[in-house]
Ligand binder design. Structure first.
Ligand SMILES: Nc1ncnc2c1ncn2[C@@H]1O[C@H](COP(=O)(O)OP(=O)(O)OP(=O)(O)O)[C@@H](O)[C@H]1O
Ligand SMILES: [Mg+2]
Length: 411
């Protein structure tokens, strides 16, 4: 029964969050426990101090275990950071079956062919995601098994990460006393929690603006088409406030959460806020509008950078369902208005959808990644089963080899 319990671990730049969920007999996901602690030992989404990150991880998981009343062993870990790369790759094979009917093993072969790209030795593949198949001249095929044809082509999206970043995540989790079940690209997990089936079919970009990184992921006709990570996020907004209002970072963060907004024109001139002084100086009053004037350009910059990336990728005009914002920064009032102006597309702010149990606790864009990791686990657990190793090197090997195995079991 314990294999029906899954745990998502989002090791963010600002917070570490563990979510324990149970997969019910009717295959629904029920949240049993949530643990959130401030994150230590990370910069821009990447582990820089293993002892510190291990301590935060242990604290978050223990908190979630107490709430859930269960002890867990393995976790699905989110990965992000500027080192993530996604590329599209093609493979083609001839159908050798006499009746020219495509089998599961053909599909496996063509994906292997598409995935056979040269990857630098300091990088590892974390996902191989089939996008579409082409049978003879017919494109846009989702599942070619059973179709007739002479030639089968696959287009896959391959996501790679720096080997050292993967190692440091797994080491941190092992040091905290847990196994890594699998490493999952954070925006892929967030997408599981936040996007509807319909949005993915119509074409959508999910933009997860966290503390240290802004991740984006594009779906078109139900499949992932493009991903990217920018090393910029809410922490930069806080730094701008701290410099602009001449107040310590912690106070700037507090003021941002309390009074922040994304569009200065929406703030009345007469609204006043109290700003703490630096080094024992007395607090002073300031117009709220001034605060928002420091925030707006930075938020606009983050959104414009994503917009540029989408335009460069050629995916901008495929987004029939527009943009969905998630992550902590998406809680900034009026960010939807600013974003729809920058992107020129409809925008909504998304939090985890369609889950049971303690869903009100995770009903915030801050929890999209952690909840999404449990949904990802729910989808993949039946294929793989839980990992079981306490040995660090073995754990790393098993996580990497599971990607290959996933392909084998999937088809
Ligand atoms: N109500 C709010 N208004 C404005 N900003 C907010 C609000 N709540 C949280 N934030 C900001 O969101 C950021 C944290 O978001 P989130 O929890 O998604 O990040 P993270 O997952 O820890 O980081 P990352 O994904 O970059 O590694 C912080 O910069 C925080 O100040
Ligand atoms: Mg995050």
């Amino acid at each position: 029964m314990s294999s029906r319990i899954v745990t998502g671990l989002d090791i963010g730049t600002t917070k570490v969050c563990a979510v324990i969920a149970m997969i019910t007999d009717s295959n629904e996901l029920e949240i049993l426990g949530v643990g959130v602690v401030p994150s230590k030992g990370l910069r821009k989404g990447v582990v820089i101090n293993i002892d510190e990150s291990a301590a935060s991880i242990a604290a978050a998981i223990e908190m979630s275990e107490i709430q859930a009343g269960v002890e867990i062993s393995g976790v699905y870990i989110g990965i992000s950071g500027g080192h993530i790369e996604g590329i599209n790759s093609k493979g083609v094979i001839a159908i050798i079956d006499k009746r020219k009917e495509i089998t599961e093993s053909d599909v496996r072969r063509v994906i292997d062919a598409a995935a056979a790209i040269v990857i630098p030795i300091d990088r590892d593949v974390i996902h191989i995601l089939p996008q579409e198949f082409i049978v003879d001249d017919q494109d846009g095929v989702k599942d070619p098994v059973g179709m007739s044809g002479m030639r089968l082509e696959a287009i896959v999206h391959i996501i790679t990460a720096a080997g050292t970043s993967i190692n440091n995540l797994i080491k941190s989790v092992n040091k905290a006393g847990y196994d890594a079940d699998e490493i999952v690209l954070e925006p892929l997990a967030s997408a599981q929690a936040v996007l509807t089936e319909e949005e993915r079919e119509m074409g959508v970009a999910l933009v997860d603006i966290g503390g240290g990184t802004t991740d984006y992921i594009v779906f078109e006709q139900g499949s992932l088409r493009h991903t990217g990570v920018l090393a910029i996020g809410g922490n930069h907004i806080t730094t701008d406030i701290s410099i602009g209002l001449k107040t310590p970072n912690a106070a700037a963060e507090e003021i941002k959460l309390k009074y922040g907004a994304a569009v200065a024109d929406f703030i009345k001139e007469e609204e006043q806020i109290e700003v703490p002084g630096i080094g024992g100086r007395p607090p002073h009053m300031e117009q709220r509008r001034i605060l928002v004037e420091y925030m707006q350009p930075r938020i606009e910059e983050i959104l414009a950078l994503v917009n540029n990336e989408l335009e460069k990728s050629g995916k901008k005009n495929t987004l029939g369902a527009g943009i969905v914002l998630t992550g902590g920064v998406s809680l900034t009032p009026y960010i939807g208005d600013l974003a729809s102006e920058v992107f020129g597309l409809p925008v909504r702010v998304g939090a985890p959808l369609g889950i049971k149990g303690l869903h009100d606790i995770v009903d915030s864009p801050i929890f999209s990644t952690a909840v999404g990791l449990t949904l990802y686990a729910q989808d993949n657990l039946p294929k793989l089963g839980p990992t079981n190793t306490k040995d660090e090197e073995k754990n790393r090997e098993s996580v990497i080899s599971r990607i290959r195995k996933w392909l084998d079991e999937f088809f």
